[in-house]
Design a protein around this ligand. Structure first.
Ligand code: NAP
Length: 279
């Protein structure tokens, strides 16, 4: 990615191996959605910096390969396959993880499901149910399962990989994704206020576009600049090094401000654009 796009797009990142090692070496970090994309890159980055990584996703073989690669380089990694569609499975998984690992220092809630579909085409489908399960209720169940341990050990950190769209106007075709990501974001920001005094810090990352398999199917992003998975992992690393409530590209504040001032106009423009694309 060019320097121009990087400055334009990227939230603050940590590219210093030394600073990352100082922050995470010896810690146990759980990463959901570790099998591909941002989660995979983050798993490598944190494991190479000396963290013990606990990898959660559905694709068992892929997690197995990742564990082998990390251990092959002298790191510590453990695979726990599971499906976030089933909150009960996540609670069982959390019990097994905590039985095997006495401390969980950081939970990175990264797994996500993206569906881009018009509401007229979604009728009779389970888009809302599935998105809410994977992007909201199961990550929330997983976090609640780890909270007692974090409180008991005197602190911890939760890093949520959200999206810039969670802070932007409702966009046509993104209802299930945007609604579920925004809902989880608000839930986390709400519990953050209660947990901060107990030394559990929550960082919400509003990630811009990242070139992963998630954005590949729609094709509309092919010519738009995007971060690489490694750059996105470095944004997560920054949250681990310097726990901030909010990590976002600089321009997101301006979008939010513009929405406050011109919300109706922006909504009308989006409606017109979508209508033109469709007719
Ligand atoms: N790519 C972007 O432009 C972008 C922008 C903003 C935010 N984000 C967010 O970044 C996060 C990572 O996305 P990505 O771009 O790296 O996408 P990705 O390459 O498709 O990876 C998604 C990860 O989530 C896991 N996952 C999906 N459904 C799951 C389920 N039901 N149970 C357990 N794990 C599940 C996948 O693993 P399995 O398939 O093996 O289960 C995979 O490891 C998501 O939360 C996404 O919303 C992405």
């Amino acid at each position: 990615m060019s320097l121009f796009s990087r400055i334009l797009l990227s939230p603050p990142r940590c590219a210093s191996a030394r600073r990352l090692r100082a922050a995470v070496a010896g810690k146990t970090v759980l990463i959901t959605g570790a099998s591909f994309g941002i989660g995979e890159a983050t798993s490598h980055l944190l494991a190479d910096a000396g963290a013990t990584v606990i990898l959660v996703a559905r694709t068992k073989d892929r997690l197995g390969e990742l564990v082998e690669q990390i251990r092959g380089r002298g790191g510590r990694a453990f695979a726990y396959p599971g499906d976030l569609y089933h909150a009960d499975q996540m609670r069982d998984l959390a019990t097994r993880i905590q039985a095997a690992h006495p401390r969980i220092d950081v939970v990175i809630s990264n797994a996500g499901k993206s569906i881009r579909r018009r509401i007229a085409d979604a009728l009779g489908r389970n888009d809302v149910e599935r998105s809410l399960a994977v992007n909201f209720s199961s990550p929330a169940a997983l976090i609640m399962a780890f909270l007692p341990r974090m409180l008991e050990q005197g602190g911890g950190q939760i890093i949520n990989v959200s999206t810039v769209s969670a802070r932007q106007p409702g966009a046509p075709r993104w209802s299930a994704y945007q609604g579920s990501k925004a809902g989880f974001d608000v839930w986390l920001r709400s519990i953050a206020c209660e947990l901060r005094p107990r030394k559990i810090f929550i960082s919400s990352i509003y990630m811009p576009l990242v070139r992963t398999r998630m954005i590949a199917p729609s094709g509309i992003y092919d010519r738009i600049p995007a971060l690489t998975p490694l750059e996105a992992a470095q944004v997560i690393a920054r949250a681990a090094v310097k726990p901030a409530d909010r990590i976002a590209p600089w321009w997101l504040w301006w979008c939010e401000l513009a929405m406050l001032c011109f919300g109706t106009l922006v909504n009308r423009m989006l409606t017109a654009l979508d209508h033109r694309r469709n007719h």
